[in-house]
Structures are given as structure tokens and as C-alpha cells.
Design a protein around this ligand. Structure first.
Ligand SMILES: Cc1cc2nc3c(=O)[nH]c(=O)nc-3n(C[C@H](O)[C@H](O)[C@H](O)COP(=O)(O)OP(=O)(O)OC[C@H]3O[C@@H](n4cnc5c(N)ncnc54)[C@H](O)[C@@H]3O)c2cc1C
Length: 560
């Protein structure tokens, strides 16, 4: 049996930052289902928010974030995020991140949606990529043990305390127990629950679902972010940086239609506002072919597009056959980010002792009902750092938790039977068919615009998909790199999360941030200025409400 004082699950920005910090005081290992440098963080283009500018302030960053969250963000957590932003950006620089510079040599910053100042620090439009590689270099330099292509499949819980994990080593087709004093989940989001998404194939919400199955509380799962500008058809992200550098959104008549929806912020209104505006334009007949609108960068000039947006340009040329320096890009909204997640405090502690979480998998509630561009990358490093610190502290102070032979045997036996190909198997059904129906259902009925009757129908149809899933024969077998088995497991995680998202959306009878109910179009602070908590019960998800922490800013009407 393997043992590490701190086990970090996930090799993206949150996981690597947590591992680096924890390794200063504890024995740490990183487990990742894909090689760490392939983590989804590497796709992030726009940048990391931090109030570094001379005219900017931490106060202003806090206010923008609280307002952007439609007053659902916990203000104590938002204060931590924004206050620690500047120092973490400088810490990354000391590690070797080559931030783009102003002509005077300062860290350059660009505007992203919902921000009062240019606040996003960036490295051209490869921001996530360069920071991920810098952190990975540091992890290698410290000699931190990595288990690449190992999948977390279960958290081992003894007397209510997480005492380790059961993992599946894809290359050796073997189950392994890793004992641990503290497990940090940094497994990212669940974007692949939706047919139209900017997220990588690996984003299947594993950590969220596994924590939920183990008894952890999830929160605010009904809040799903849809990014306004993805390439029509492929849903490859066209970063908000493109609008931050001055890009315009135009409808079929060539009009900058945002003037009707957010006359002050225009294209740089928050994502929930812009996504709804685009769909409204299309629905009312002002889109192209009834399907998309244009993102126009042609007025910015080739030199700026080449220098500041090289990846955007390359993606548009390769995947849409359009050079954005010369012609507008066809774009449509798609799922992008999971605001909800495993509930944590500001040190990453979850409701399960021994389990911490950071990054997109977590809900410390800095984004509330709608995340601002640039705040998620910041969240990964600020709260990854805090979780690493806290986990190392636990490793120093706490004895090894009990992990009995009975718990290990039960987990091994249940997973071994699955690997042997458990289930009846129904010839005409497949993981693929279930995944396709589930993702289409989520995009069509639990998307940007929601309505009670469709949500109810989605909940019922998801229950049928779950029953069909239970009857599938698991594509087990002990051969290495059994991706069919991984697909099967991932669809199981997603089904659990879809149920929680759809039920949560049905339950919340108001519109707030990214959760927009056509049948309840107003925000309702009297009844719904609260978090949604959900725990797995005997008969499915059990929901409750919890208070939002309001320290400085009382809720106001949110206009842009
Ligand atoms: C295209 C795109 C661009 C973006 N641009 C920006 C931006 O400019 N600014 C911004 O603030 N935000 C941006 N975001 C959001 C931001 O990039 C992500 O929220 C953030 O990178 C998530 O980091 P993470 O460390 O939490 O997870 P990830 O980087 O997703 O890493 C998850 C890790 O968990 C591992 N893992 C998952 N499941 C398992 C399992 N079962 N067992 C073992 N390991 C597992 C994976 O291998 C991976 O290493 C963007 C998102 C997208 C989709």
C-alpha cells in the first residue's frame, strides 16, 4: 500500500499550486488522470485578475466580483481572493512566469468582462499554458512524486474521516490504495455534461461526483456559466481577451447590439448578460442563418491581433476558416464553467474531515451566481495555495487516520467486480448513446434560458438515463489503457451531477446571474438570497439552503 501525508488529486493549476505549497512541510504526491501539463488549465487564454494597476484597488476588485456574482458570492471569500491576488501574481513571476509587459516594463493588464479596470495579467493569449508549465517545472524541481494517468475512483472514508483513496492505474490496469492524512481534490469542472461546451474531454466532474458519493456537501450547483463567444459549430473558446482588446459583437444588420443590453459596458458586460443578449438577437431573427452572430476584430489591425491574440487567430483560421484580422468570426454561446462545486471554507476544508478542495471543483463561493473572466485562474492559485498550506498543517498535527482492512476489502471487492464486467448488458444500449442523450438534454433544457416545465422533464429523463446506465455492462477487463471503462465511469459521474444541477435549477424559482428562469425572470432576494446545499441521501439528492456571507456590500440592482 502507498502512503503520502498529503495526496493532491489533479495536476492543473489548483493541484500543482497546492502540491508546491504543501511540499514545503509534508510528503506530497500528485495523482492525475491525464498528464499534468495536459490539464484543462493549459487552455486558458485571457488572464489572471489582480488589482496591480495604479488606478485600480483591491476594494474595486472586491466590488466588481460581488456585483458580478449577483450578490451570491460570499464576501469574506471574495476579500481573500482579491487581497491575495497581487502577491500571488508576483510569486508566479518569481517562479518564472513570463507575463506580457507594458513598454515601461510593468506587468501588462487587459480588460475582461464586468471589471472596472484593466485587471487581467496575461502572457499573450497563452496565460494558462505558461503558468501551468512554470508550476510543473517547480514540481519537478522539488521532486514531488507524480502518478500520471491514475484515476481517482473512490475516497476511502472511515468513521466519517477521509483516510485515503482508491485509484486505478490505467497503464497497469490495477487498483491501488493510497493512504493519506489529507486529500486535496483539484479535479476541475464538469463541462462535458453539456453537448455544447468549451471544456476538454477530461472535464467530467469526477472529483465533485466522487466527493458527493462519499458524503461531502456540494453547493450552488444550478449555477452554470455559458461563455458568449465560442466558435460556431465546434464551440472552441474565443477568449474574452478578444473583446478586452476591443472586439465588437455585431448582428446580421451589422449593429453593435450590446448597446440595447449593457449600454455602458457594451461587449465587456459580464458573461451571463452577453450570452442572453446573443441568444435574444438570434431568436428575434437578427442572427446569421438563425444560428450565430459575429465577433469582429477587423478594426483592431493585424499587428495587434498578431501580438496580443495569436492563439485566437490561429484557432479561428484552423477551425472556422476565418482570419479574424480580416473577417468577423461566427460565434455562439456554450457551457464554459462550473460555478458550483464541493463546498469549502476559505482554507479549502470541505464538510468531510481529511478532504480539502480547490479550483473549479470547489465552491468557496467567490463567483456566486456568475464568474467574472480572469477570476477563475486567480482562484486556482490563491485557494490552491491555501489548501496546500492547510493540508501540510494537518499532516504535521494529526496522526494517520485509521483505515481498516474491512474498508479496503469492501472497496476492492466492489471495484473488482466492476472491473470484471459487472452488469447485465443490454445489447442495444451503450455508454455513448446515454452520454449523447444526456449532453443534448442538458444543453437544450438546462442551458442559458430555463423554464420549469422543461426542467421537470429534464429531471425525469435524467432519471431514466440513470436507470439505463445501471443496466449497462461495465466494459471491464484487465487490459491496459481501457478507455471504454474510463468513459463508462465518467458518464456515471456526470449523470449524478446532471441530476443535482437540473433539480437545483428547478428548485430555484428566481433568476440570478447565470441561472435565468423564463417563468421567474426577476431576482428574488427575499426568498433566494441563499446558497443551495446538497448532500446525497438514501433516495437521491437532499437539498437545503444556507446563508450568504455579506460583509460590505448589501445587494443592489445589477446594471451594466
Ligand atoms: C478554454 C478555456 C479558457 C479559459 N480561460 C480562462 C481565463 O483566461 N481566465 C480565467 O480566470 N479562467 C479561464 N478559464 C477557466 C479556468 O481555466 C479553469 O477554471 C481552471 O483552469 C481550472 O483549473 P483546475 O486546476 O481547477 O482544474 P483543471 O486544470 O481542469 O485540472 C483538473 C485536473 O484534475 C485531474 N483529474 C480529473 N479527474 C480526475 C480523476 N478522476 N482522477 C485523477 N485526476 C483527475 C485532471 O487530470 C487534471 O489534472 C478558461 C476555461 C476554458 C474552458
Amino acid at each position: 500500500m502507498l502512503m503520502h501525508e498529503v495526496l493532491v488529486v489533479g495536476g492543473g493549476l489548483a493541484g500543482l499550486m497546492a502540491a508546491l505549497v504543501a511540499s514545503q512541510k509534508a510528503d506530497v504526491a500528485v495523482l492525475s488522470k491525464i498528464y499534468p501539463t495536459r490539464s484543462h488549465s493549459g487552455a486558458a487564454q485571457g488572464g489572471f485578475n489582480a488589482a496591480l494597476g495604479e488606478d485600480d484597488s483591491i476594494e474595486s476588485h472586491i466590488f466588481d466580483t460581488v456585483k458580478g456574482s449577483d450578490y451570491l458570492g460570499d464576501q469574506d471569500a471574495v476579500e481573500v481572493l482579491c487581497s491575495e491576488g497581487p502577491e500571488v501574481i508576483l510569486e508566479l513571476e518569481r517562479m518564472g512566469v513570463p507575463w506580457t509587459r507594458t513598454p515601461e516594463g510593468r506587468v501588462a493588464q487587459r480588460s475582461l468582462g464586468g471589471a472596472g479596470f484593466p485587471r487581467a495579467c496575461f502572457a499573450a493569449d497563452f496565460s494558462g499554458h505558461v503558468v501551468l508549465h512554470t508550476l510543473f517545472e517547480q514540481v519537478l524541481r522539488r521532486g514531488i512524486k507524480i502518478y500520471p494517468e491514475w484515476h481517482l475512483v473512490e475516497l476511502l472514508v472511515e468513521d466519517g474521516q477521509v483516510a485515503g483513496v482508491l485509484a486505478y492505474d490505467l497503464a497497469r490496469a490495477r487498483l491501488e490504495v493510497i493512504r493519506s492524512k489529507a486529500v486535496i481534490l483539484a479535479t476541475g469542472g464538469y463541462g462535458r455534461a453539456f453537448a455544447k461546451t468549451t471544456n476538454a474531454h477530461a472535464n467530467t466532474g469526477d472529483g465533485m461526483a466522487i466527493a458527493y458519493r462519499a458524503g461531502a456537501v456540494l453547493s450552488d450547483m444550478e449555477f452554470v456559466q455559458f461563455h458568449p463567444t465560442t466558435l460556431y459549430g465546434t464551440n472552441i473558446l474565443i477568449s474574452e481577451a478578444a473583446r478586452g482588446e476591443g472586439g465588437y459583437l455585431r448582428n446580421y444588420d451589422g449593429e453593435r447590439f450590446m448597446v440595447h443590453y449593457a449600454p455602458q459596458k457594451m461587449e465587456l458586460a459580464p458573461r451571463d448578460v452577453v450570452s442572453r443578449a446573443i441568444f435574444k438577437e438570434i431568436k428575434e431573427g437578427r442572427g446569421f442563418e438563425g444560428q450565430y452572430v459575429h465577433l469582429d476584430l477587423t478594426h483592431l489591425g493585424e499587428a495587434l491581433v498578431a501580438e496580443r491574440l495569436p492563439q485566437v487567430r490561429d484557432l479561428a483560421i484552423r477551425y472556422a476558416g476565418v482570419d479574424p484580422a480580416r473577417a468577423p468570426m461566427p460565434i455562439e454561446p456554450a457551457q464554459h464553467y462550473s460555478m458550483g462545486g464541493v463546498r469549502t471554507d476559505v482554507w479549502g476544508m470541505t464538510s468531510l474531515p481529511g478532504l480539502l478542495a480547490a479550483g473549479e471543483v470547489a465552491n468557496v463561493s467567490v463567483h456566486g451566481a456568475n464568474r467574472l473572466g480572469g477570476n477563475s485562474l486567480l482562484e486556482t492559485v490563491v485557494f490552491g495555495r491555501r489548501a496546500g498550506h492547510r493540508a501540510a498543517q494537518l499532516a504535521r498535527q494529526e496522526p494517520w487516520p485509521t483505515l481498516s482492512a474491512a474498508t479496503i476489502t469492501r472497496a476492492y471487492e466492489s471495484w473488482s467486480s466492476l472491473l470484471a464486467g459487472r452488469g447485465q448488458g443490454v445489447q442495444e444500449d451503450s455508454t455513448f448513446a446515454i452520454r449523447q442523450e444526456m449532453t443534448n438534454l442538458m444543453t437544450n433544457q438546462v442551458g442559458v434560458f430555463r423554464v420549469g416545465s422543461e426542467l421537470e422533464d429534464a429531471v425525469n429523463r435524467l432519471a431514466v438515463l440513470k436507470e439505463r446506465y445501471q443496466r449497462l455492462k461495465a466494459p471491464g477487463g484487465m487490459q491496459p489503457f481501457n478507455y471504454a471503462l474510463m468513459d463508462y465511469l465518467e458518464v456515471g459521474y456526470l449523470l449524478d451531477l446532471c441530476e443535482v444541477i437540473a433539480r437545483g435549477a428547478l428548485r430555484r424559482t428566481e433568476s440570478r446571474g447565470a441561472h435565468y428562469r423564463l417563468d421567474y425572470p426577476q431576482r428574488d432576494d427575499q426568498n433566494w438570497l441563499c446558497h443551495t446545499f446538497v448532500r446525497r441521501g438514501e433516495d437521491g439528492p437532499e437539498f437545503s439552503n444556507g446563508p450568504v456571507k455579506i460583509t460590505r456590500y448589501a445587494p443592489q440592482e445589477r446594471g451594466y
